[in-house]
Ligand binder design. Structure first.
Ligand SMILES: [Mg+2]
Length: 103
């Protein structure tokens, strides 16, 4: 039996579980958009929300989950922003259809 431990606290595990859950919800939204489009909505729900609304909500949930990790100092926001800026400056070299959008 290994004595290895990831040394995560219960609080850290919970924060990562929240982030993981929210990432999964965004994946589900993307799947719905691929299948039915941004403006489609679930006909079985009594709601005016469409797939774009759902994606926006879940992206916000990811940002909130990310800031939960930041506030707890699991990750450093400066490093997150540095990486984001670097990624944006790379001009999304391997995309085919992002002219005028990708920096
Ligand atoms: Mg969510």
């Amino acid at each position: 039996m290994s004595s290895f431990s990831n040394e995560l606290t219960e609080a850290q595990i919970e924060r990562l579980a929240i982030l993981s859950e929210e990432l999964g919800e965004v994946q589900q939204c993307i799947g719905k958009i691929f299948r039915h489009g941004y403006d489609s909505s679930n006909p079985t729900l009594d709601s005016n929300r469409n797939n774009r609304d759902d994606l926006e909500r879940e992206l916000g949930d990811i940002q909130a989950a990310m800031y939960l990790l930041v506030r707890a100092e699991d990750v450093n926001i400066v490093n997150v922003h540095d990486r984001s800026n670097k990624k944006q400056s790379e001009r999304w070299r391997w995309t085919h259809h992002q002219e005028g959008i990708a920096s």
